[in-house]
Design a protein around this ligand. Structure first.
Ligand code: ZN
Length: 259
């Protein structure tokens, strides 16, 4: 599932090629998607990211928001056949952007620029997010892993990076947020910044179907230190890494050095 580094990768790649280009034609290939006709004729004036959403700003002041959900991805093409599971095509003057999504959970929506009611959610890459998280978590008896993955609290972190962040911070996924000290939150902030930045540099994690805008695999799967490593030795203390199912998601951790 694309998380912050994957969406940020698409965002940066799109910024290089679609800014100030005109949407000439759109084509919906999936009846689940409804996109107003008014995209055609608009130019893309900016591309940015809000949590795990990709935001394309149009010159009429509206924004096209794309949420890739489980298996969605974007592909840039200048020629060739559209790939299997293509759901939406946006033809630009210089090429086309295709939404490819085998499981069909991705969503596209057109929103007015002022509709930013959840703008106040802190982004996982924001400096100082540790202090904001501490304030939000201090009174909650909530497992820190689900807290970090809650998009109403902090934008961008999903299962893979939550496991990696908590491993690096030395915190057990089930630790209640109210029990974390200010130093613990600092460690969470540092680990979040380091891991997400490195993952963006690597263009995301391709353990299943993730590909970047040009169809290339990311490389952060080679950097994972705990995710997917059950039965192997902890790289920090040598203990055996465990995998448990926690709140419906596979969760990897070291029972010795994550406390
Ligand atoms: Zn360990």
């Amino acid at each position: 599932m694309p998380e912050l580094p994957e969406v940020e990768t698409l965002c940066r790649q799109l910024q290089q090629i679609v800014i100030n280009t005109r949407i000439e034609k759109t084509c919906i290939l999936d009846s689940k998607l409804t996109i107003p006709d008014c995209l055609e004729g608009q130019s893309i004036v900016f591309v940015n990211r809000r949590g795990k959403n990709l935001v394309l700003g149009l010159n009429n002041g509206k924004r096209l928001e794309i949420h890739l959900r489980m298996t969605g991805r974007l592909l840039w093409q200048q020629e060739g056949e559209k790939p299997p599971h293509s759901r939406f095509i946006m033809n630009l003057s210089s090429g086309r952007v295709i939404v490819v999504d085998p499981r069909r959970f991705a969503t596209l929506s057109l929103v007015a620029d002022k509709d930013q009611e959840d703008q106040l959610v802190v982004d996982a890459l924001s400096p100082g997010c540790g202090e904001i998280l501490r304030e939000k978590g201090i009174k909650r008896m909530r497992p820190v892993k689900s807290f970090l993955m809650d998009q109403q609290i902090i934008g961008g972190i999903g299962n893979i990076y939550a496991c990696e962040i908590l491993y690096q911070a030395g915190l057990a996924p089930i630790r209640k947020t109210a029990s974390l000290s200010p130093d613990d939150w600092m460690l969470v902030e540092k680990a979040t910044a380091a891991i997400l930045s490195k993952a963006i540099e690597c263009r995301g994690t391709s353990i299943s179907d993730w590909r970047d805008l040009f169809g290339h695999k990311g490389e952060y799967q080679n950097e994972l230190r705990v995710y997917g490593r059950e039965g192997k030795n902890c790289l920090r203390c040598g203990e055996i890494i465990k995998r448990v199912r926690f709140l419906g998601r596979g969760t990897w951790f070291c029972p010795n050095c994550q406390i």
